[in-house]
Design a protein around this ligand. Structure first.
Ligand code: ATP
Ligand code: MG
Length: 488
């Protein structure tokens, strides 16, 4: 589970999504590799090695968040992004700084649970099939119910078998019943055990062939719609690691409702239910907590907003510094109680980020500065980078639009000179209005293709976007500074 990519490999993978920002990629790759290295160190020394937290400095839209997010993604590390300024907000009651750890754990538990459910999907599907057969044919519960993996699995649906077996046997009226009834199947069978089990097998074949999908069965469907719970705030309780929602949820009777559902839906509901049963929550929790402790990444956005810039020492200044002080123990390493147990934050990697236009990292309180020993500056992006961002990343904007339009059968092509033009305009608008980095490309592209996107359902010819197309669509707006402030 834990990733052992070499720094070079990490950078290579980041390169697929992020253009430029070499230094940043290198720093985060080293930080990540150091964590891996630490895990190889003998135990007595291991706990001494603290992660080297990073501050990313760069103006808006140059890839700070993107790099951190991709990093977490490609190394399969638990990742949580939080705005540092959120903890200072006036009137923002109840979100203490520790909540970020709880949120990270919650998120990871859910992810691990989903993964585990995925891995027992096959088993769950087999059990669900048996349960649907039980519903279709009460009283025929197969011996293999629940565990019947192997023998059940072996049989493929055989259409001929079904047709052949329909005539003559005592169970045929059951089958007729199934074929004809539009509503739920209420079968009273007096057939002998053997007949019942052969009927069951026939039903199984039909079920697998999807022939029963539209039939209805009666079934208890969980209906857990209790919005009242949201009224209670988690404040305070949360600090003790108690979750109101879960508590109330388990206190109230489980609300199930008998409903008629389609067989195909019943299969889905029951496999989900069985998958949830098969997953060992204890194991999930232990694994999630371990994952968070060993490879969690917390992205502290807008850290510059909690850096005081030498002001008077009261009002927001105080609260900002307060947040920094609150952050200290967590970043340094402390034990945070969560409802999944105590989580130690010692080895969580913190990546902070901020533009630091009006303040500097040195405006942070010294203790906090010391806990972020690595500082990297991201470059602002130029024309060449914009052109590459448009086309090169796996998720490049141009590729996104091509894919979007293809859904309506519209082919669109961008010539090289059109890319050049868009990039040049992006630089120009960024310089003359506000520098929003690569996000400018998003607004430009949307405006550029507005008409195309509007007309697409009724378009059949291929669209070629070249420099003159770009000029035609954008120049009027770009030239008018006021207009571009509003539109681009
Ligand atoms: N170097 C880059 N390579 C590829 N795409 C980029 C790059 N920089 C930014 N982008 C794109 O621009 C968008 C904004 O980037 P990102 O969210 O990383 O900005 P940021 O630096 O975190 O800005 P902010 O300070 O406003 O949070 C992303 O959707 C990303 O796809
Ligand atoms: Mg960001």
């Amino acid at each position: 589970m834990l990733n052992d990519l070499k720094p070079k490999e990490i950078v290579e993978k980041l390169d697929r999504y992020i253009i430029g920002q070499k230094d940043t990629k290198k720093s985060v790759a080293i930080a990540l590799r150091n964590r891996w290295r630490r895990r190889q160190v003998p135990e007595d020394l291991r706990d001494e090695i603290a992660p080297k937290n990073i501050i990313l400095i760069g103006s808006t839209g140059v890839g700070k968040t993107e790099i951190a997010r991709r990093l977490a993604n490609l190394t399969n590390s638990p990742f949580y992004k939080v705005e540092a300024s959120k903890f200072t907000e006036v009137g923002y009651v109840g979100r203490d700084v520790e909540s970020m750890i709880r949120d990270l754990v919650e998120l990871t538990v859910n992810n691990v649970k989903a993964q585990q459910q995925e891995s027992v999907q096959e088993k769950a599907a087999i059990i669900a099939e048996e349960r649907v057969l039980d519903l279709l044919l009460p009283g025929s519960e197969s011996k293999s119910n629940g565990q019947g993996g192997a023998d059940v699995n072996g049989q493929a649906a055989d259409e001929n078998g079904i047709k052949l077996s329909l005539a003559g046997t005592p169970s045929s009226n059951i089958m007729d019943n199934l074929q004809e009834s539009q509503n739920s199947i209420d079968i009273v069978t007096s057939a002998s055990g053997k007949d019942v089990s052969s009927t069951r097998e026939k039903l199984r074949k039909m079920l697998r062939a999807g022939k029963l999908d539209k039939r209805l069965v009666d079934m208890d469907v969980p209906s857990r719609a209790m919005p009242i719970i949201e009224i209670f705030s988690n404040t305070g309780m949360e600090e003790m690691g108690i979750n109101m929602k879960d508590m109330l949820g388990s206190m109230m009777p489980k609300n199930t409702k008998r409903r008629k559902v389609k067989v195909s839906e019943a299969l889905k509901i029951l496999s989900q239910e069985e998958a949830a049963h098969l997953v060992d929550m204890e194991k999930v929790t232990t694994e999630a907590v371990e994952l968070v402790e060993q490879s969690g990444i917390i992205f502290l956005d807008e850290i510059d907003k909690i850096a005081g810039n030498g002001g008077g020492g009261h009002g927001p200044e105080v609260s900002r510094e307060g947040v920094q002080r609150d952050l200290l123990p967590i970043v340094e390493g402390s034990s945070v109680p969560t409802k999944y147990g105590i989580v130690k934050t010692d080895h969580i990697l913190f990546i902070a980020s901020g533009a630091f236009h009006t303040s500097k990292p040195s405006d942070l309180i010294p203790e906090l500065q010391g806990r972020f020993p690595i500082r990297v500056e991201l470059h602002s992006l130029g024309k060449e980078e914009f052109a590459r961002i448009l086309t090169e990343p796996r998720n490049a904007l141009i590729l996104q639009y091509i894919a979007l339009l293809r859904t309506e059968g519209v082919q669109i092509e961008f010539t090289d000179d059109s890319i050049e033009r868009i990039a040049a305009i992006a630089v120009d608008v960024n310089e003359r209005t506000e520098n929003i980095g690569a996000r400018r490309l998003h607004t430009l592209m949307e405006k550029l293709l507005e008409d195309v996107l509007f007309e697409a359902p009724d378009t059949s010819e291929k669209i070629v976007v070249d420099a003159s197309f770009v000029d035609k669509q954008l120049m009027a707006i770009v030239k008018d500074e006021d207009l571009s402030r509003y539109i681009l």
